[in-house]
Write a protein that binds this ligand. Structure first.
Ligand SMILES: CC(=O)N[C@H]1[C@@H](OP(=O)(O)OP(=O)(O)OC[C@H]2O[C@@H](n3ccc(=O)[nH]c3=O)[C@H](O)[C@@H]2O)O[C@H](CO)[C@@H](O)[C@@H]1O[C@H](C)C(=O)N[C@@H](C)C(=O)N[C@H](CCC(=O)O)C(=O)O
Ligand SMILES: Nc1ncnc2c1ncn2[C@@H]1O[C@H](COP(=O)(O)OP(=O)(O)OP(=O)(O)O)[C@@H](O)[C@H]1O
Ligand SMILES: N[C@H](CCC[C@H](N)C(=O)O)C(=O)O
Ligand SMILES: [Mg+2]
Length: 486
């Protein structure tokens, strides 16, 4: 696929152009991929400035460069385009390069601290059940119908994202459900896409390593709604304090959902037990296989989305009751002596509290709760003491352990977690930084007959990142092995 550069840059604001038009057959933002026919985007990143690699991309024969600052050396035969924001330009060019696929799809994005993966996965399954061909873009995996394409990010970069959307369209997909992370909004990964709908689930603390303040984090999420077109719907959770703020400046058609506050789409929880939820959804009763109040919110959000996309209410309700939990989200495992483990991706204070409250609500009196939890390295450190305190507050025993330490010292992360433990709770907390040993200790030693072990933080992940090396690690596999040794 090759395009004349002038057709690709129609929609971008160019401050200055040096050189004539070029045939572009390849887009890249990493100098190591530049070749003849490439249009290279120089991006000022968080680690390095992409502009410093311009000499390398010239040497590799690239055809054109989009830059925020023109370099001193501008070899003849290369087209230079100076723009105000390389990320924005990249997103618009990527969309044009791939034939603006988002305009031909029912593209729905969800943003929020928690519930994105769960909701898009449920939407994908729901719309499949309703007879549509669907695409999925999520933290766990991307999917074109049943074909899995591994995911590296929650929201891919603009080039991969538009390529993926084009592939989905070419495969006959009519609906695409995607997660929109706050990083993706700030880095303009979704800039210029035509969304049919946008959902806000909730916002609580996370990612303050990247956004620095909670206000900046809120603003990032709101940016998604501010950019929606009139033709889209903007659906928000009004039970969240920031739910209405999100829609303040949107041009889209506003809709709301809630369990507590007045809303366009309402749910009532009739029963919340280990076998599922009994809900009154928009006036009709349904039984769902998902567990916990937070899943009542997820189900309500996807129900409302389906109705806003024009689906039939009765058909939606029937399909909803058949949906199962997403992998690593409140996944139950049963072992000997009626011991039970729950694997959950809760890696924020809010998610952990929700999961623990749910377990408290559904357990029987004699069942103790043992929580195994860690916090990721090179990520928001402020959540560490809070998550440890919550684990202790709602559990009978806690094993503090490692999540993905990345480049940090696991023991120092544990020190920060332990600092959050109240003196009164100190006796129920132990620390074992080796995650496998921590899980074994919880299942084989701390859990008695009938007890519940929550293994939080890593959910679907099949690796543990230590010093940049991803070692095979799967909570579910370690749990099965520990059950076998009971
Ligand atoms: C903090 C962050 O979001 N970083 C993303 C960002 O990288 P960066 O700004 O650090 O890039 P950089 O390393 O400074 O490099 C700057 C530029 O120089 C280029 N470069 C660099 C080296 C070289 O030799 N040649 C070259 O051209 C790079 O390709 C880049 O264009 O742009 C990269 C390319 O798109 C991303 O891969 C990278 O994601 C990193 C790996 C990451 O960990 N991101 C996480 C935090 C993330 O995005 N998470 C969100 C949210 C998850 C959630 O909601 O929980 C997600 O959507 O996944
Ligand atoms: N609607 C919700 N409200 C609060 N907590 C939730 C909700 N849905 C799920 N959770 C909890 O949050 C955890 C993460 O859920 P999920 O993976 O769906 O979120 P996410 O927004 O995709 O997270 P990430 O930003 O890491 O991609 C779940 O394992 C569960 O504990
Ligand atoms: N998308 C989240 C995932 C965190 C998952 C947890 N297991 C960790 O590694 O901290 C992040 O990058 O902050
Ligand atoms: Mg996710």
């Amino acid at each position: 696929m090759s395009h004349d550069s002038s057709s690709l840059i129609k929609s971008i604001d160019i401050i200055q152009q040096v050189g004539g038009h070029q045939e572009i057959s390849h887009l890249c933002f990493d100098s190591r991929q530049a070749k003849s026919g490439s249009l290279f985007f120089a991006i000022p990143g968080t680690q390095v400035d992409g502009h410093q690699f311009l000499p390398q991309v010239f040497a590799q024969g690239c055809s054109a460069c989009v830059v925020e600052k023109l370099p001193e050396e501008m070899p003849a035969g290369i087209l230079f385009l100076q723009v105000g924001d390389s990320n924005e330009a990249m997103a618009l060019v990527a969309s044009a390069f791939y034939g603006n696929p988002s305009t031909q799809l029912n593209l729905v994005g969800i943003t929020g601290t928690n519930g994105k993966t769960t909701s898009v996965t449920l939407l994908f399954e729901l719309f499949k059940a309703l007879g549509h061909r669907c695409g999925l873009i999520s933290t766990v995996q991307n999917k074109i119908e049943d074909r899995v394409i591994p995911a590296t990010h929650t929201t891919p970069d603009a080039l991969n994202l538009n390529a993926l959307l084009a592939e989905m369209l070419a495969s006959g997909c009519t609906h695409v459900f995607m997660e929109v992370s706050s990083h993706a909004v700030v880095q303009k990964r979704i800039f210029g896409l035509t969304f049919k709908g946008a959902i806000f689930s909730n916002i609580t603390r996370d990612h303050l390593d990247f956004h620095e303040t909670f206000d900046a984090y809120i603003k990032a999420k709101k940016g998604f709604f501010d950019a929606l077109p009139k033709s889209a719907f903007a659906l928000t959770n009004v039970d969240d304090k920031r739910g209405t703020v999100m829609l303040q400046n949107t041009k889209a058609q506003k809709a709301s959902y809630g369990i507590l506050e007045a809303a366009d789409y309402k749910a009532k929880i009739k029963a919340n037990v280990l076998s599922g939820l009994q809900l009154e959804l928009d006036g009709s009763e349904i039984h769902a296989q998902l567990i916990g109040q937070f899943n009542a919110y997820n189900l309500l959000a996807i129900y409302a989305t389906a109705i806003l996309l024009g689906e039939d209410k009765e058909e939606v309700l029937i399909a909803l009751s058949g949906l199962k939990t997403a992998t690593g989200r409140f996944e139950q495992m049963h072992g000997p002596n009626h011991k039970m483990a729950i694997v959950d991706y809760a890696h924020t204070p809010d998610a952990l509290e929700n999961v623990l409250k749910t377990i408290q609500a559904i357990r029987q009196k004699h069942q103790h709760i043992i929580t195994v939890v860690g916090c990721g390295g090179n990520r928001d450190a402020g959540k560490r003491p809070i998550m440890a305190a919550l684990a202790a507050q709602y559990s009978d025993h806690v094993v503090l352990t490692s999540d993905n330490p990345r480049f940090e010292d696991p023991e120092l992360i544990l020190d920060q977690m332990q600092a959050g433990i109240l003196a009164a709770d100190a006796d129920k907390v132990i620390r074992i930084s080796d995650r496998k040993r921590a899980i074994e200790q919880a299942i084989q030693e701390l859990a008695n007959t009938g007890d519940i072990v929550l293994v939080a933080g890593k959910g679907h992940e099949t690796y543990q990142d230590i010093q940049g090396v991803k070692h095979d690690f799967d909570d579910k596999q370690v749990i099965s092995e520990a059950f076998a040794k009971v």
